[in-house]
Design a protein around this ligand. Sequence first.
Ligand code: ZN
Length: 366
Amino acid sequence: MLERLRQELSTLMLIPGLSGHEDRVRRHIAACLQVDGIDSRADRLGNLIATFDGDAEAPSVMVFAHMDQLGFIVRKIDDDGLIRVERMGGVPERALASQAVLCCVAEGKDVPGIIMNKAHHATTPDEKYQVVHAPDLMIDTGHGSKAAVQAVGIAIGTPIVYRPHVLPLAGTRVAGTSIDDRAGCTVLLELARKLAKRKSGPTVHLVWSVLEEFNLRGAVVAAQNLDPDIAIQIDLMLATDTPDMADRGDMRLGKGPGISLYSFHGRGTLNGVIPHPSAVRLMEKAAKRAKLNLQRSAQVGVLTDLSYVQLLGEGVVSIDVGFPMRHSHSSLEVCDLSDLAGLTTLLETALADVDKNFPLNRNGPD
Ligand SMILES: [Zn+2]
């Protein structure tokens, strides 16, 4: 499974798909599903949905991962052809200088550029340790004039992403762009193939969702429509096995998939997920049965669209499940393929365990 995961993740990482502009990613995933004879459909926002019908008496499950990535939107093109941008999503400003980017004009017509960085020889002692704020960033495509930039199709509103790239590291580690959350999309693809072959189980909707990095609400539209009893969200878990993160938890790269027991984001959105105890037990039992090490996360500062999905209808039994990842939202995120394989097995095992006796209420033991 590792080689296929490597192949598919790499392919998905190389397809640009800024929030609100996920269409190329969706087309690719739909085509992959079709190859395996799996039908899928898209809603008006662009969420891609594949449904595997199952036991009508068992609770239905929605498992989802977001296709979109963060980046920039062109705000203005200066007369000298330099491009000003707005950030889209949680772009880390201190990791931006000298980055290569891709202006997404149209498939086959994308235009490379660079985020400019003042010549070091002219940098004053004051400037040396300063981070340039996003509104002051300039992107150079080399065209030299506004007219030339416009002539290649770049306009106000054009999406820009980090130049998509994959950098295989030692062993099963992979670095590159938008591992958040193309790794989740890859796991869902692998899961789809397993669900297509299963003999029994609950109805499962796999959703490759949109707009997570923008407003965390794309998956809400799919959930509203599908009305699942259980929602499982697949995304990164903050790896804390580096010196700069050591105090924040115990989530290690290569040590298996993880579940989140607590997430909260207080800046503006005031939301998070405290998972339903039945969902936690489901994952713990599945990990034990599949002989997987299950890691645990509790973090303030992270938020996924599950926060909003859990609040629909009479409440959705929800849990965030994921893979450890380093350097989130930079152009060189890092994950370990073995964790993606473990995550796939965990989900397959857990889903097989959802039957009509699954406790959706809160009357079970603590
Ligand atoms: Zn994500």
